[in-house]
Design a protein around this ligand. Structure first.
Ligand code: SF4
Length: 376
């Protein structure tokens, strides 16, 4: 079992009331702060020079990874530590792969369909992870991650052919439970379920089964057929299961463009909380004028939460405008801020004197009406 912060603390100088207690050499203000961080694996144990052999051994045993990680290029499969995402987080998304036979008459067509396929994700396009090639020739180059079938079957994976839903489901649950709870090394290989779809009619059933296996507990799913609707469904489900409950969904800070803006186009500003960003971006996309959106790095918090946590301050806005070089990139000097931040407009003007800040709307849905009455 992993150690809690309190259990760790008892072994530290702070817990043992020694003279070196709270010395701060680890970079934490107290031994308790270090213990809490260590319990979450947010700091290396050797940052504290006073770790006893006993603590080292107990801690190492606790964090021993119950499931191995298999690596293919930049893909990582397995390496999970928990049964339920809310216990901590899932580590590596279920890999979705397709097997193609290079000798099949429709090989090029299928490969192109897979390579061209993508769905929109919070942090960029999401694509099929891997193509497994049967009868691959040595001089083939692809625009997508590939391995040969021979390489695939030699990986340290527990490969299961999906024949009977109940059997596969029970096996996946048993395997993961034995690996995580009992730390049984016989079950430490990541699991890969291989589907053999024989007809179009089987796609619905396959999609339903694969959805279940993504939730519990396949590390990889391999299909002998690519279908856009099925992959869109499975990838969307996967993106929702494999979010880290400790991290809010966020987009990259930056200058986003809508409808081919020029240097004089209207400029909006908001936080990098994904839901806020997409609500605003959706409105800007649907305006019949070009625009920019400046996104502030606010730790993925919504506008007011970020402001109250001091993650959306006049200084952070000023730094972001400088980092993005807005002064030189755009002629526009008026920046429309979320209506909820009207109370910091004077601070914004003081911190960024090159710009004028205009109070916008509280809700993204009101942007189109706002723009009708707005003069740049
Ligand atoms: Fe405590 Fe950190 Fe000093 Fe270790 S290094 S004794 S954990 S304050």
């Amino acid at each position: 079992m992993e150690m809690t912060g309190l259990q760790i603390f008892k072994y530290l100088p702070g817990g043992k009331k020694e003279s070196t207690a709270n010395c701060k050499k680890c970079g934490c203000p107290t031994c308790m702060a270090f213990a809490l961080k260590l319990a979450k694996q947010n700091i290396e144990i050797d940052k504290c020079p006073y770790i006893s052999d006993e603590l080292q051994e107990k801690y190492s045993h606790g964090i021993k990874h119950p499931q191995k990680t298999v690596t293919i290029g930049n893909l990582k499969i397995g390496g999970e530590n928990v049964l339920y995402r809310h216990e901590k987080t899932f580590i590596n998304k279920t890999t979705l792969a397709v097997i193609l036979d290079c000798n099949a008459p429709d090989f090029n067509q299928n490969l192109k369909q897979i390579s061209d396929f993508e769905i929109k994700g919070v942090n960029g396009p999401i694509r099929v992870d891997l193509v497994i090639l049967k009868n691959a020739k040595s001089n083939m180059n692809f625009d997508i991650q590939t391995i040969t079938y021979d390489e695939f079957i030699k990986l340290e994976l527990d490969i299961i052919e999906d024949k009977d839903f109940q059997k596969t489901k029970d096996y996946l649950i048993t395997t993961r439970t034995k690996a995580i709870i009992e730390k049984d090394e016989n079950y430490s290989k990541p699991t890969s379920v291989v589907f053999n779809i024989k007809s179009e009619e089987q796609l619905f059933e396959t999609c339903a089964k694969a959805s279940y296996y993504i939730c519990k507990y396949a590390n990889m799913l391999v299909f002998n057929k690519f279908d856009e609707a099925m992959f869109s469904t499975l990838l969307t489900l996967r993106e929702n299961i494999f979010t880290d409950p400790q991290k809010p969904l966020q987009v990259e800070s930056g200058l986003y463009e809508f409808n081919n803006p020029n240097k004089d186009s209207i400029v909006f500003l908001t936080s990098n909380f994904a839901l806020t960003f997409f609500a605003v971006a959706n409105e800007l996309e649907n305006l019949d004028i070009p625009s920019y959106l400046i996104v502030i790095p606010a730790d993925g918090m919504s506008v007011l939460t970020a402001w109250s946590a001091e993650k959306f301050t006049a200084n952070i806005v000023s730094k972001t405008l400088q980092n993005l070089d807005i002064k030189n990139k755009l002629n526009t000097r008026k920046i429309i801020i979320p209506g909820l931040l009207e109370h910091i407009i004077d601070e914004l003007k003081e911190a960024s004197p090159d710009f004028d800040f205009i109070t916008g709307t509280n809700e993204a849905s009101a942007i189109s009406d706002f723009v009708k009455n707005y003069t740049a």
